[in-house]
Design a protein around this ligand. Sequence first.
Ligand code: 3HC
Ligand code: NAI
Length: 691
Amino acid sequence: MSDYVSFECRGDIAVIAVNNPPVNALSQPVRAGLQDAFAAAGDSQCRAVILTCSGGTFIAGADISEFGKPPADPWLPEVLGRVESMDVPVIAAIHGTALGGGLETAMACHYRIAVSSSKLGLPEVLLGLLPGAGGTQWAPRLIGVEAALDLMISGQPIGAGAALKAGLIDRVAEGNLMEAATVYARELIESGAGPRRTSELAVATAHLPDGFFDGVREQVAKKTKGLPAPQKIIDCVESAATMDFESAIELERQRFTKLMMSPESAGLRHMFFAERQAAKIDDIPQGTPIRPVNSVAVIGAGTMGGGIAMSFANAGIPVTLLELDNGALDRGIGICRGNYERSAKKGRYTADQVEYFMGLISGTTSYGDLAGVDLVIEAVFENPDIKYDVFRKLDQVCKPGAILASNTSYQDLDAIAAVTSRPEDVVGMHFFSPANIMKLLEVVRGEKTADDVLATVMKLARKIRKVPVMSRVCYGFIGNRMLDGYMREAQMLLLEGATPAQVDGAMQKFGMAMGPLAVADLAGLDIGMKARQAIPDLPDHPSTHVADQLVEMGRLGQKSGAGFYRYDPETRQRIEDSQVETMIRAEADALGIEQKSFSDGEIVERVIYPLINEGAQLLDEGIAQRPGDIDIVYIYGYGFPAHRGGPMFYGSMIGMDKVYSRISEFRETLRADDWNPARLLKTLAEGESNE
Ligand code: 3HC
Ligand code: NAI
């Protein structure tokens, strides 16, 4: 029939198979192929149709790369209308993932059978969309209003067992899927069951209390920070309960199209592809051999070491923690156990799972015990001499081919590698705190890091459920280097008249998980001060004056109960503090800085544009491979709002010419040295203004 969709009659049963690797996305040729295949089935003498997929999965959704482009016929709702209208039973035979348009295709079929390992879901919301090919209407008919809302608003898939219980599928296939689907088709033919069209089922609403949908709207708005897609999903499900099918489908279509044009969806779609692209290193071919990593050691069981160890244990990989003495070791291992037990109390793990994970974490104070491990990650104090010492020891004891990684935030990885006899085995693995939770992993590529070491670490990152991004060596790598300008401007704004709550409030409204000053309080103001003091000959900058004075006042941040804010000792809630505001005003006077008021928009420009500028500089220097990599670093490592697509995508949405011109204005009116536009930003801006 076509390369993408095949059709054959096996006796009186037609089999239609989709073949569009890697995930059988519903690209235009697949839609066209399905339309032709179902037309052929309709014209044939077959008495049932089985829809199946080749490769590792059922249809995993619409082709996201087609979104935002001019629509190409046939569109999916039309194809699925054809499927549903078939006069003989149509059975979806599901394996792998039936997601988005894939699950909608399955729901357009009359019956569904799935292997027990399959996952079914409507993840459109994660792309800022709603199911746009009938899903918002079919799902409530099959599984009820509440379960359908849950599926669509969470975007999380459910397993075959749960899907069977909910009524999303009719059977779980035991053994071979095609054989089980054929048996099912035969039973349907023989019982004369005929088609069972989902659109003809009623939506159960009698049990819903008055004001149900408004209640859900309010609840969801709080959780999703006013993002449009979840609210539109609720509108569509409400319409399933209150309108006829055709009108409700029309509403779904309108809402879907509107969301497709929204900046939120553009940002989330960008992020989807950027995340997958970031896992690739341009000059390292796919298929580069991977070194086996079946055992890991972590040096230093402090804040980071413990979290790193938990990340490996969570993936079933045994980890040995090495510390200076037994006291530090017990403390570190105790923190891991405490974290697991807290998660167990919240119902995330069973007691057995906690013991399983803890059974994978062992401790030692002897380097001799690391002789056999495949990977070592150093997470000791951020002091180069201590790190050199650790790497010299590792060089002596580790087996040939072991990967030697450092979690350093700022140190020169090449200098660390140079103290070993095997710099090709040395790589940076920069986790983010708390390391067992934060998804970002900056993989730092040293001058001499071997290709297979990088390929191994990028792949391993996925195994421990991290999102890897490669950075070349520079002070602070991608993320922390960019953070300098962001924090600088947040603090300059205080001296210029904004309060901490205004700065943080504007950034939270922009979508940051936390404002910059609240983050500084969380990290500890003394840490930043010490880091600055460790840099030889660092010139004084007024932006650090407020934080330094807070430290002198004993206000170290959350840990001392006060920093930029005061913290309620019971609830840890932030409280604005007039003492801080008075101190800031006095400091501004002493520095001769005039205070004025700022709009939220001005605050966002001042704080975000340095990220875009430094990002452009990193690209120009070749530290980051692509703008999308920088976006992923900021979304997964620094709480940048995913729906804005990351700082570089956000800059491109505003227009790099506008960003450049505003930065040039700041250069004139603020501090020239702080606001040097990056050469690449200028080039991009000129390119845009010539368009
Ligand atoms: N469209 C286009 N490309 C897709 C795609 C899709 N729906 N899903 C995956 N891909 C591509 C990826 O970009 C990647 O390409 P690459 O190799 O060039 O980087 C490749 O397929 C493999 O993807 P993953 O690396 O993610 O593979 P995994 O095996 O880890 O995961 C998956 C597979 C669970 C299917 C995951 O890819 C996924 O979640 N995909 C998106 C599913 C989704 O969001 N579907 C809904 C789409 S919107 C929709 O259907 C609208 C409808 O209602 C009208
Ligand atoms: P920490 O002070 O909490 O822990 C360091 C641990 O290393 C301590 O338990 C200490 O006893 C141990 N240690 C020191 N010297 C040792 C040695 N020679 N041999 C064995 N153990 C030794 O420090 P933290 O915060 O965990 O930082 C560790 C590293 O991770 C640093 O390089 C830091 O820059 C980096 N990092 C820290 C982040 C954070 O948010 N804390 C985030 C990302 C990276």
